[in-house]
Design a protein around this ligand. Structure first.
Ligand code: FMN
Length: 380
């Protein structure tokens, strides 16, 4: 059942679910599988060592799907930054017209992508309303609002999606999608209810049959709880949410205990090269790797098609159920399927009418399921 939202209309997709850019994960296998399933798959530009490699990857992806897909371009501070304009040029030359941007100072790249004919549709990912407002001024088409739950760069304000999404709805005036903490159709329904036009998922798509990473890492995600992530690099205002493993725990320890505060002390622990090896060798403790709190909601390794269909079905059921909660008549009072006693009748206990015998404190006590209420509070 197709969803009619600003996102599905703009991108020409059936289900308002985007697979966010993922370093070392966002290859053609995953992006094409998500797009074939009715969502939007996204290749990760910087996973390709050069712009020309990105060109090859875009062509490979196009050979695997005839559906729309996009490219993620992440602009992170670096001593020797990648040639962003060259990556953007290849994106345009290869006919890609959907780009997810993320990171610092996206202005020049957005300008370049918007100057194309036809211009790119830009989904800009950010973790604060302030950054979202700046991106709106740059002319982005959608904001991808990434809550504190998310995998990777969580920002420094620690605002979770319940607040962030409503704040986006109240303030932005540009359509937005919800990112961070989504894994199922109930989540999609909640996001739509809060005013989003769809959802963006990273970690959930990492744990699918087509994600080109080692099976053991997918199994580690299935076994993990929502508490199994670690925030690193806060001290340098570059906070990242990572899977909690031996290296991430050690990195946090060094970060906390360092007396010099020099990044060089923690750098060996957060090496991207070792993180990449994790996805290839399946040793979850070999280096640090990115994952969101949503790992606690992931219990299987479906194909992208199974996952997107399931999300679609759950969202439809959830939204229909929500609609059925609204009735014309005041419902019959009940608890756990049992009719409740008349609440207008006087409450009594074995000591008589409650509240009547002020000298007997027990008479002020009412039992309600496992809870015992008294004038002074309640106990389980
Ligand atoms: C392994 C991994 C790598 C990621 N790499 C990037 C990246 O290179 N650029 C980016 O913009 N976001 C990156 N992200 C973030 C995702 O695009 C997405 O915003 C995030 O995963 C959403 O939170 P969720 O994991 O709770 O769904 C990455 C996420 C994961 C799990």
């Amino acid at each position: 059942m197709p969803f009619n939202t600003a996102l599905t209309r703009a991108l020409g997709i059936k289900v308002p679910v985007v697979q966010g850019g993922m370093q070392w994960v966002g290859y053609a296998e995953l992006a094409s599988a998500v797009s074939n399933a009715g969502g939007l798959g996204i290749l990760t530009a910087l996973t390709q060592p050069t712009p020309e490699d990105l060109r090859k990857e875009i062509r490979r992806c196009r050979s695997m799907t005839d559906k729309p897909f996009g490219v993620n371009l992440t602009l992170l501070p670096a001593l020797h930054p990648p040639d962003y304009p060259a990556y953007a040029r290849v994106i345009l030359e290869e006919g890609i017209r959907i780009v997810e941007t993320a990171g610092n100072s996206p202005g020049p790249v957005i300008k370049q992508l918007k100057a194309a004919n036809p211009p790119c549709i830009i989904l800009h990912k950010c973790t604060t309303i302030r950054h979202a407002q700046s991106a709106v001024k740059l002319g982005v088409d959608f904001l991808s609002i990434d809550g504190f739950e998310c995998a990777g760069h969580v920002g420094e304000s620690d605002i979770t999606n319940f607040i962030l999404l409503s704040k986006a709805r109240q303030t932005l005036g540009v359509p937005f999608i919800a990112s961070g903490g989504f894994a199922d159709g109930q989540g999609l329904a909640a996001a739509l209810s809060l005013g989003a036009e769809g959802i963006n998922m990273g970690t959930r798509f990492m744990c699918t049959a087509e994600a080109p990473i080692h099976q053991k890492i997918k199994e580690a995600i299935v076994q993990a709880q929502e508490t199994d992530t670690e925030l690193v690099l806060r001290r340098w205002k570059n906070t990242s949410r990572l899977f909690r493993n031996k290296v991430a725990t050690e990195a946090v320890k060094v970060e906390r205990e360092s007396t010099t505060g020099k990044f060089e002390e923690v750098a060996p622990f957060v090496s991207g090269k070792r993180g990449r090896q994790v996805f290839l060798n399946g040793d979850k403790d070999y280096g640090v790797w990115t994952a969101g709190q949503v790992i606690g909601l992931i219990h299987d390794i479906p194909t992208c098609d199974e996952l997107v269909k399931r999300i679609e079905r759950e969202a439809v059921e959830t939204l229909s159920k929500a609609t059925s909660l609204i009735t014309d008549e005041v419902p019959q009072q009940e608890i756990a399927g049992k009719k409740m006693p008349d609440t207008n009748a006087e409450a009594t206990s074995e000591h008589g009418r409650v509240g009547e015998n002020v000298n007997n404190p027990e008479a002020q006590t009412l039992r309600y399921g496992n809870f015992e209420f008294s004038a002074s509070g309640y106990d389980c």
